[in-house]
Design a protein around this ligand. Structure first.
Ligand code: NDP
Ligand code: 8X3
Length: 251
């Protein structure tokens, strides 16, 4: 029987690429996001290969998360793989100029949202006696860079939660690991810079950034290891990137 994966943030970037790669490899899917039109289109395309269910909700809304997950039935209720991917940066400001709404968004989505969905799925994995959780962290969860303050804090929290989940779920045989990307060209910078396309495009100019498929490949590799192998924590950067602030650019 096919495995089933639930992917948050499946409507764009890393989550979307992972959904398509999983479908190519026969993994049934529950795709999540807020943009229903995108979910509908993806469901149509992915259904040619695997069973697909879509769930439209804002991960900040804990009741919506719980209620949507409670609607799952049949094979979709046996979730083998959870990809905790939904997240974004909002703004890039020195701490004294930071916008409180941006701070709320990053903490609410990247940290609390990840917790809400995990809280809804983990009991199912415990009942099933197996499961694999991949938390999408960031290099921003491994180091702090100028003006990254709250985004970095949210991803450091993901790093801590990845370790905490692995420790606490060890007794259930549930695998937990993180993939921590560096610069990946997605809608990430459009969101961070609130639609300022010039600023967003500049982030990826002068070097070859990672593509969403590069990270999807690594996620797929991680979830296809034999059961006794758990990739606990992985940092993946473009070759041109050495750290959050050191990127070899040719402009
Ligand atoms: P994208 O902006 O392309 O995708 C973000 C996804 O998250 C979208 O599918 C979006 O769906 C979903 N999402 C955002 N907010 C919410 C919300 N409130 N409720 C539900 N879903 C939400 O970015 P990436 O693919 O780059 O980002 C994916 C993950 O990778 C994030 O956790 C990000 O922090 C991390 N990351 C990204 C890096 C990069 O350089 N791009 C590097 C390191 C980590 P929708 O809008 O439809 O709700
Ligand atoms: C995204 C990578 O360097 O923009 O997590 O923070 S970075």
């Amino acid at each position: 029987m096919n495995k089933t994966a639930l992917i948050t943030g499946a409507t764009s970037g890393i989550g979307r690429a992972t959904a398509f790669l999983f479908a190519d490899n026969g993994i049934d899917l529950i795709i999540c996001g807020r943009r229903n039109e995108r979910l509908d289109k993806m469901q149509l395309a992915l259904s040619e290969k695997v069973k697909v269910h879509s769930l439209c909700f804002d991960i900040r809304d804990k009741n919506a998360v719980r209620d949507k997950i409670n609607t799952l039935s049949g094979t979709f209720n046996k979730i083998d793989i959870l990809i905790n991917n939904a997240g974004n940066a909002h703004g890039l400001d020195s701490i004294e100029n930071g916008n409180i709404e941006d701070w709320d968004a990053m903490i609410d989505i990247n940290v609390k949202g990840l917790l809400y969905i995990s809280k809804a799925i983990i009991p199912k994995m415990i009942t099933n006696g197996s499961g694999h959780i991949i938390n999408i962290g960031s290099t921003a969860g491994k180091e702090v860079y100028p003006n990254g303050n709250v985004y970095c804090a949210s991803k450091h929290a993901v790093d801590a939660l990845n370790q905490g989940m692995r420790i606490d779920l060890n007794k259930y045989g549930i695998r937990v690991g993180a993939v921590n990307p560096g610069l990946v060209e997605t809608e990430f910078s459009d969101v961070r810079f609130k639609g300022d396309t010039e600023k967003a495009e500049n982030v990826y100019k002068g070097f070859q950034p990672l593509k969403p498929k590069d990270i999807a490949d690594i996620i797929h590799f991680t979830v296809t290891r034999p059961y006794h192998v758990n990739i606990a924590d992985m940092v993946v950067m473009p070759t041109a990137q050495a750290s959050s602030t050191i990127v070899k650019k040719e402009l």
